[in-house]
Design a protein. Sequence first.
Length: 269
Amino acid sequence: MDTETESRRDGEWAQPYQLLSGQTQHHRLGHVRLWVTLLDKEWQVRTETREPETDPVGWTESIGHHLPHTSASLQRFIREGDSSTVTFVPAVANLPTVIRPYHPLTIPGGARCTIYVGTVVWMKVCVGQSQTLLTEIPLEVPSLTWVGRNTMEGELCYASSNFGRLVLEAVPKRPWRAVTPVTIINRRTEPLMLERFSLPTPLLSLHRSERGELWTPGVVVEVATDMSSASLHVDEGLLKSAGPCQQVAPARERASRGRLVRAIDRVFG
């Protein structure tokens, strides 16, 4: 009888898990498999990313004494003192993330729209009461893209594998994705074609709802009449649809006060 299968539970962000020396905690999270092992003098973290066969929806964890086969990558860390708890903290991407609507979208002059985006988070493996960081794992292999006027002017970004949607209910809710509402305001008289958008992911904090979903504050982008630049700011609060939430991770970067003005080709390029 597989006792690990019997004791499998839903995984939780920012929840300390207690391990005994010799035990391994196994996580199934999307296409990622993670094993965290506690030994007398060290922590071991093994990871494996599997080819997607289906669209997984859940996150399960179990504690036992089974280790994976040798193809899983292994990282070893010195265990300081008698620390025996491990906590998994979500983190936004460390680069902006380029998102696309489900299909190119035209915003008429003087109009606005809100699209809802699900972006993949990273998992920080932290140990002890002080939550010392051991390693950080992307929960989806990120691909890179360039946003800017040319190869010399612009910035490197991650390319999201998920589409932005006009309807919140159409965004798949997954434990490894954070939902961000993006409001785009077209102040021009001419229409604005929205084909892709650079979301300033590092400026966003992460919040966990009572349903276990991850949310970030909303982002508002205003396109000025001259079309040379766009102003951007991050909302202070969360969408009401998120319900009661608790912050589980701060933004990677601190946003400047007021609005951030960026060249238009770095927002929609």
